[in-house]
Structure formats: structure tokens, C-alpha cells
Design a protein around this ligand. Structure first.
Ligand SMILES: NC(=O)c1ccc[n+]([C@@H]2O[C@H](COP(=O)([O-])OP(=O)(O)OC[C@H]3O[C@@H](n4cnc5c(N)ncnc54)[C@H](O)[C@@H]3O)[C@@H](O)[C@H]2O)c1
Length: 702
């Protein structure tokens, strides 16, 4: 019966089968059932040994995350205690693992006396990725089984490992080729018959003794993980708990692990990381594009333009095993583009992350051409030429003529109107935006842009393509900057105004970095280049509404020929060959000059006002985007910001973060800022509505 644990008999061996689709999650009910079944088999004299296994796709995917948000019901079964009973069983207990053993499922296996796993099984402790730690003995049994350093890697890494790796490290005992359950039954029977002492992970001491002489392991590990774990609580809590394997007696270490687990589970960080986990799954749901909408099969692709983005997009397609034909406007541009692709692959090979053979195979999938006729067979064409509307239209008209009738035509434009581009073709329903982020072969986000005429099939096709490429596709609507960049403009604009009012780039960059972003707006701008947006601003100058505040600072920096790292100077200066930003008095003077010119008396800007001033307007823009129907849900915006801009996952994305801050607070601050600084900061109507109703973005549904 689903949601239970079946007891099957194989002679004198009792088989306990977890049955709780889809992942045999250890819900409260399942834990209670496990405890009861253990009591039952221990009391039954005809049972000599026990095998624990899973029904359906896997052994056990772990705790039921949805149960985390509420406190456990009164009298709820306590997993650590149940697992202690499993381990203490005088009758051998063998785990027969297939599919996946993750989190609490892995901890259950660790409490067994032997772990057998089928080929293809993946095992691990991914709790850290949800902002928690293995809270049912995992931080204690794992180091005793495989050693402190390996356990730190497994627990803090949070990955699922193939069975071969688990066996090599020692947290699985054997990879079983034949009938897994039969083998497990036989091993359990042998263990019972031999009468040999059972191997209980909590009692193993050898690895701990080996580590005892080297207490520096932990600090070294903390140092090693510092960059990746910046801002996150859970990885540090994991290390602390593993350390107690050496410093506390087992029962106390277990108690401590529980206390820390409960603290983390109740934390905003874990709530944010769980939100992120669900948000990433939610993006696939599009109300008018149901799951069964037929996606066109994509077996080959074309890319037009092999510059920064086109090259990365071609790599991404080739990496996923798709043959790609790449078209450029001249032989020289084609050679240059492919040379960059080759150089990028070679860099990965030299870092040991790709084999030469794999690089050759991927390159072999990329076919360069100058002839549109060669694109005729592609199932999808992705355009990534210069950001100029007449050029895009010309390219799409040509693609429309040469591509087969059912091919999807996609544009990587970041600012232009997808509908206007679609109008250049005879098949606007097959035209869509696929907005990749730079570097396109690395960044996981794709904003898939739905035009006025884009068909459900076309949307289904690009959403599926995102998955095929190992990316996360988020469906957005047509507007200037789409979702991500439109919100970025709102944030960046306020940063420039703060410069006029008294701040300097290093202060803003430091505060934004400390908030958890990978870098502040000015370091980011130096990295991506100042000239592109300058060109856009110049083109828009004539139509800019005169009453809106406009900061000329960035234009002035560009006028000095300072385009960022590529010219050795931008908002900072750079020593030759170095990417380290050095604050530059020239910029300080330039900014002070602009303030004087605008009649703004410079003041000391406090660190505390920077986060609200930059991020509340960003959230405010998100609210407008939701109201305008350009994103399906607030959590989609969170996914865009976590995967496209490095918004810290432990804050769950800007909209989730805003809910934590409280929309009342954000609305009130926006209203005050609006009074002080004018139109750009006008609170969004949705923000006001939700604040008035005491609701959050999570409650919003169109
Ligand atoms: N750079 C980014 O971070 C970024 C991010 C997202 C989207 N985009 C968008 O991607 C597109 C490309 O940007 P990019 O940064 O790769 O520009 P880029 O200048 O690096 O590359 C453009 C390429 O298009 C080629 N090209 C120009 N006209 C062509 C034609 N008629 N036929 C074939 N090829 C032609 C050029 O030779 C050049 O190699 C733009 O629409 C841009 O807005 C850029």
C-alpha cells in the first residue's frame, strides 16, 4: 500500500519495502511505520535477519521536504531514534539500494549493517543544498565509515555519487550486478548464520583515530570551501557537526546534530533554499502550455552569428550532443568565432575538466558555413547577430526562406521587440526569444520570450530545449530588457544616483558583495564592458523623457575611453594582465564634478541605505512585471535572478527576499524614496495592494 512499509518474507529473512511514491520519502507516517516494522521483526523469533529496500523507482529520496515548513505533529516519530534502533538491532539489517539513496534515505542505509547497491544507483547527502544538514546521524556515521575528509566532501559537497564512487569511498559495501534483493537476502542470512559481530557505523573508531592527530583538517576545509560557501550557514554547520565526531561522545554529538538541524530547518536561509528548489521545478508549469503539448523534436540546430553569444550558444548545443551549423557574415568572422570556441574548449581540457577526445567530438559537431542554404535542415535556428533591428529583420527574413517549414526561429536579442522580428517572417507562431546569458556555454539561465503570436508548440519546444542543454528555461513576455535586465536597470539606475549624492563605486560594490551578490554593479560593469549600454543610451537620447532624472556619470566614464577591463580602465583601473579592480581618484573627481554640475551637495551615504536603495526598486520593478503579466509567478523571477545574476540562493531570489523583509516595509520605504527622489521610485500598484492586504508575492496569483 502506498505510504507504508510492506513486510515480505523470504524464509527466515524479513524484507521491509518502503512504498511511498514517487521517491519513497520518509514522511512522518513512513518513519512511524519503519519504527513499528522494526519492533515487529525484532519480536518475531522466526525472523533471523532483515533487508530494507524500496518499491518503484528508488530506495529512498529522503525526508519529505514539504513537511519542513510546519513543526512536526505531536508525538511524531523521531528519525534519529528510529535509525539508532535499526543500527542497534541484534539481527542483521542489510540495505538493498536501487535508483537513489539520498538524505534521510542515505542515513537509513548508513544505520544498516551492510549496504548493497545496484548498478546505476546514486547515493549521497544533499541536505546542505536545502540549507540544512543530515540530521539523523549522517554527520556522525559518515566520518566513522569513510573518514573525516571524505565525509566532509560528501556532506558539504551535497552531491549524489555513483555507486562505484560510494563503494570506493566506503559508504556502500558492494555493487551487485545480479538480483539485488536476492543477494541482499542471502548476505543477511549469511550474517545471521555466521554470528559474527555486526558492523555498526556509530561504533567504528579507526577513521576517527586517524584524524585525531590532525585537528587542522577542519580549518583547512573551512578555508577551502570559503569562496563557494560565502554567506551560507549550512556548509559551516556541517563542518562543525562532523568535527564533533572527534570532540564529543557519540550520543552527545548526535544530540548536538539534532539541535543544529532544527535551528537550520527553522532558518530563513533554509526556507529560501527550499523555495529555490521548488521554484526551479515550478518554472516548467505554463498554464496554457500543458505538459502534453507536443514539442517539436530538435535533432539539429543552426546558429547565426558567432560572436560572444553565438559561439557560446553553439558550444552549449554541441555539448548536449546536437549537430550545429554556424553561419557568419564573412570568412574572417567565422574563423575568429570558431577560434574562440576552440580556445574555450582547450581551456577546459587544460584544467582537466574535459578530455581531448570529448573536445574533438564536440568540435566535430560544429559545422561552419557562410551559406544560408546549409541551414535548411535545422530544427531550430538561433540568431545572435549584432543588436540592430534592421539586421535582425533581414536575418529572419532569410531564415524564413531557407529553414524547413516546421523549424523554430529563435532570437537571442536582449532588448529588441521579438514581435517586430517575428513580423519579418511568414511564421510568427514559430518565432520565439531564447535569451541566453553570458557566457552562454556556462550560465544556466535562458529567458524564453513569448511573442504575441508564439504558439504553445514553439514554447514547449524551447522549454524542452533548455532542459536538453542542461539549462533552466523561464518563460517571459516581451518588454524592454525582458524580466532580468529590466529589473537590473532599476537597480543600476539608483546606484548611479547614489554616486551623484555622495557614494563612490567601491562602497556600493562592497555593500552589494556583502549582501551576497557575486560582485557589485561597477565591478560587473567593468567586466561586461561599458560601451554596449552607452551606445544604447546614445541611440535613445532623443526620446528620453526630459522630466526623468538621468545620471550622466556612466557616459562621462565612457567619453574618457574607459570601457572596463578590456581597455584597462573603467570604474576602476587595472594593472596590465590583472583583473583586480583598483579604485581610481580620477573617477572620484569625475563623480564629484558631476555632483557639482548638477548642484547636488555631496553627503556621506551610509552602508545601511545602499541595500534598500538598490534592491527595493529592483523588487518594485519585479512587481510591475508580475502585474503586466510578463512573468508567470514571483518564483520565476527568483529563478531568473539566482541563475542569471547570481542573486544569493540563501536569500531565495529577490521576490522571496522581499517577502521576508515584508512588503509593508518595502512599500513604505519606496514611498519615502519616491517623495525624496521622484518618479523612478514610484511604488508599483501591486506592491501597494499586497502590502495593504498584509500579503507577500508568494500569495500572488494572476
Ligand atoms: N553579450 C551579452 O552579454 C549578451 C547577452 C544576452 C544577449 N545578447 C544578445 O546577443 C546578440 C549577439 O550579441 P554578442 O554579444 O554575441 O555580439 P557580438 O558582437 O560578439 O557578435 C555578433 C556576431 O554577429 C555576426 N554578424 C553580424 N551580422 C551578421 C550577419 N548578417 N550574418 C551572420 N552573422 C552576423 C558578427 O560578425 C559577430 O560575430 C545580440 O542580440 C545581443 O543583444 C548579448
Amino acid at each position: 500500500m502506498p505510504g507504508s512499509i510492506a513486510l515480505e518474507r523470504r524464509g527466515d529473512v524479513a524484507l521491509l519495502r518502503l512504498d511511498n511514491p514517487p521517491v519513497n520519502g520518509l514522511s512522518f507516517a513512513m518513519r512511524a511505520a519503519l519504527g513499528e516494522r522494526m519492533v515487529e521483526v525484532l519480536a518475531d523469533d522466526s525472523v533471523a535477519a532483515v533487508v530494507v529496500c524500496g518499491a518503484g523507482r528508488m530506495f529512498c529520496g529522503g525526508a519529505d521536504i514539504r513537511e519542513f515548513s510546519a513543526p512536526p505533529p505531536p508525538g511524531a516519530a523521531h528519525l534519529p531514534a528510529i535509525l539508532d534502533d535499526v543500527e542497534a538491532s541484534p539481527k542483521p539489517v542489510v540495505a538493498a539500494i536501487h535508483g537513489v539513496a539520498a538524505g534521510g534515505g542515505m542515513e537509513l542505509a548508513l544505520a544498516c549493517h551492510m549496504r548493497l547497491a545496484a548498478p546505476g544507483t546514486r547515493l549521497g547527502l544533499p541536505e546542505v543544498t536545502l540549507g540544512i544538514l543530515p540530521g539523523a546521524g549522517g554527520t556522525q556515521r559518515m566520518p566513522r565509515l569513510i573518514g573525516v575528509e571524505a565525509a566532509l566532501d560528501v556532506i558539504v559537497g551535497g552531491k549524489l555519487h555513483p555507486v562505484e564512487k560510494a563503494v570506493a569511498l566506503g559508504f556502500a559495501d558492494e555493487r551487485v550486478e545480479g538480483d539485488l534483493e536476492e543477494t541482499a537476502v542471502a548476505r543477511a542470512r549469511d550474517l545471521a548464520a555466521s554470528g559474527a559481530p555486526l558492523r555498526r557505523a556509530s561504533q567504528l573508531t579507526e577513521h576517527l583515530e586517524a584524524a585525531r592527530g590532525r585537528p587542522e583538517i577542519f580549518d583547512e576545509f573551512r578555508k577551502k570551501m570559503a569562496k563557494r560557501a560565502r554567506g551560507f550557514d549550512a556548509p559551516y554547520a556541517c563542518v562543525d557537526c562532523v568535527e564533533t565526531a572527534l570532540t564529543l561522545p557519540y550520543p552527545e554529538a548526535l544530540k548536538n546534530e539534532r539541535t543544529v538541524f532544527q535551528r537550520l530547518r527553522a532558518s530563513d536561509q533554509s526556507a529560501a533554499q527550499r523555495h529555490a528548489f521548488f521554484a526551479e521545478r515550478e518554472v516548467a508549469k505554463i498554464p496554457d502550455v500543458p505538459k502534453d503539448t507536443p514539442a517539436r523534436p530538435v535533432a539539429s540546430a543552426a546558429v547565426v552569428g558567432c560572436g560572444t553569444m553565438g559561439g557560446g550558444i553553439a558550444m552549449s548545443l554541441a555539448n548536449a550532443g546536437l549537430p550545429v551549423t554556424v553561419l557568419e557574415s564573412s570568412q574572417e568572422a567565422l574563423d575568429r568565432g570558431l577560434a574562440t570556441v576552440r580556445k574555450n574548449y582547450a581551456a577546459t581540457v587544460s584544467k582537466g575538466r574535459l578530455s581531448q577526445a570529448e573536445m574533438d567530438a564536440r568540435l566535430a559537431r560544429i559545422t561552419p558555413t557562410l551559406d544560408y542554404a546549409d541551414l535548411g535542415a535545422a530544427d531550430i535556428a538561433v540568431e545572435a547577430v549584432f543588436e540592430e533591428m534592421p539586421l535582425k529583420k533581414e536575418v529572419f527574413a532569410r531564415l524564413d526562406r531557407v529553414c524547413k517549414p516546421d523549424a523554430v526561429l529563435a532570437t537571442n536579442t536582449s532588448t529588441l521587440d521579438v514581435d517586430a522580428i517575428a513580423a519579418a517572417t511568414s511564421r510568427p507562431e514559430q518565432v520565439v526569444g531564447t535569451h541566453f546569458f553570458s557566457p552562454a556555454n556556462v550560465m544556466r539561465l535562458m529567458e524564453n520570450v513569448r511573442g504575441a503570436h508564439t504558439s504553445p508548440e514553439t514554447i514547449a519546444t524551447v522549454m524542452k530545449l533548455s532542459k536538453t542543454l542542461g539549462k533552466i528555461g523561464v518563460l517571459v513576455g516581451v518588454c524592454d530588457g525582458f524580466v532580468g535586465n529590466r529589473m537590473l536597470y532599476a537597480y543600476r539606475r539608483q546606484a548611479d544616483f547614489l554616486l551623484e549624492e555622495g557614494a563612490l563605486p567601491p562602497q556600493i560594490d562592497r555593500v552589494v558583495y556583502d549582501f551576497g551578490m557575486p560582485m557589485g554593479p561597477y565591478q560587473m560593469n567593468d567586466l561586461t564592458g561599458l560601451d554596449v549600454s552607452w551606445r544604447v543610451r546614445k541611440a535613445q537620447a532623443a526620446t528620453r523623457p526630459a522630466h526623468l532624472r538621468y545620471s550622466p556619470i556612466a557616459d562621462r566614464v565612457c567619453e574618457m575611453g574607459r570601457y572596463g577591463q578590456k581597455t584597462g580602465a573603467g570604474w576602476y583601473r587595472y594593472e596590465p594582465g590583472s583583473r583586480t579592480p583598483i579604485p581610481d581618484p580620477v573617477i572620484d573627481q569625475l563623480i564629484a564634478g558631476v555632483s557639482a554640475e548638477l548642484g547636488i551637495e555631496r553627503r556621506a551615504v551610509s552602508d545601511d541605505e545602499i541595500v534598500p536603495r538598490l534592491f527595493y526598486p529592483l523588487v518594485n520593478e519585479g512587481a510591475k512585471i508580475l502585474d503586466e503579466g510578463l512573468a508567470l509567478r514571483a518564483s520565476d523571477i527568483d529563478v531568473i535572478w539566482m541563475h542569471g545574476y547570481g542573486f544569493p540562493r540563501y536569500r531565495g531570489g529577490p521576490m522571496f527576499w522581499a517577502d521576508l523583509v515584508g512588503l509593508r516595509t518595502i512599500y513604505d520605504t519606496m514611498s519615502r524614496l519616491h517623495d525624496e527622489h521622484g518618479e523612478w521610485l514610484e511604488p508599483a500598484p501591486l506592491l501597494k495592494r499586497l502590502a495593504d492586504q498584509g500579503k507577500g508575492f508568494a500569495d500572488w496569483a494572476k
